[in-house]
Write a protein that binds this ligand. Sequence first.
Ligand code: ACO
Length: 375
Amino acid sequence: MKRHAQVVGWGKYVPAKVLTNEDLARLVDTSDQWIRERTGISERRVAAPRETTATMAIQAAQEALKMADVNPARLDLIIVATATPDYAFPSVACLVQDALGASRAGAFDLAAGCSGFVYALATAAQFIQTGAYDTIMVIGAETLSRIVDWTDRNTCVLFGDGAGAVLLRPNADGGGLLSFVLGADGSGADLLILPGGGSKHPASLSTVEERLHYVKMDGREVFRFAVNVMGKAAVQAIKAANLGLGSVDLLIPHQANLRIIQSAAKFLKLPPEKVFVNLEKYGNTSAASIPIALCEAIENGRVKPGDHLVLVGFGAGLTWAAAVLKWGPVAAPVPVPWWKTAWHRMRGRLYAFRSALIRLWRRVDALLGGGREPG
Ligand code: ACO
């Protein structure tokens, strides 16, 4: 029997600070009415100065581990999908690995724009299907507020910050990730781009003056692309899972624009109750949007055991990705007793302490001459 990757734990984190459309109308020439009508967004979350993609990813991952009651030392792999890592290197995944105390896990980031979470899910599923690994954390996390040009009304109204995580384990009863479709069209690379800070335009006074460290987007073209690709990618994934459109219980699309979601739903002939939308609260959180939406769909009782969920995203690259998940028996969060919550919190502190000790030991060891070449 094929080992499918099944979601056994999930968690999300969004910053406390809410930025409403009215707040934005005080920053740029826009209005609540325009933003609602053209995008469906009412407000978004913005990270506090001390919050980063890694801190949010850690919170979401800890939530997923806690609810599945899995010890982080059992994690084999951590994949973080993000376009806004804390650093070019090390990866966010390594920062998460350290904070969780996932001492056995490999860790890497994956860059596929807003399609990143589905790309990461499909990647993780391969390790599970081949039997290479058993326990994998997949995270989508973004701090887009740090790369948004707050003077550009074409983009700043769209994005928000947050993180979502799922914990995957093997399942042989036919549930789990049934199929996926990954696509890319690099000819559209210039349509959605952060030009500065990479090897093409390394940070310099002129890249700052030319505002190259902010998102540049051709909104109309991205819109056209998204409308074209979302429904088609979802249909391909549904067919690859040997299912028909009628078997779809819930579509969880990338939360970029309500009009894009509605056109995908129309293409798939899905009624509104079979489409999950929460973008009014968070805006477009890029790679975090699908896992945050999945968590909220579960919290809101929209996911039942045996349901077929279709996840579909599109984004910078250009990229697109869709996947069909058959939901397993773990459909509702198991209530976690207070002592377990306290233990999880304590464990996090212990791991932070352990990391501090390792860093200290590295310095002491260097002073004592450890690791020098012989002779
Ligand atoms: N407030 C008021 N007016 C605005 C605003 C704003 N915030 N933004 C643009 N406008 C104006 C434009 O300047 C334009 O004025 P003009 O006609 O005088 O030039 C007018 O509104 C209409 O502009 P359009 O671009 O035609 O508006 P549209 O209906 O296409 O909506 C939008 C724009 C919301 C950006 C839409 O194109 C869109 O959602 N595109 C997809 C964007 C997206 O999803 N990006 C994320 C991809 S995922 C990732 O990887 C991050």
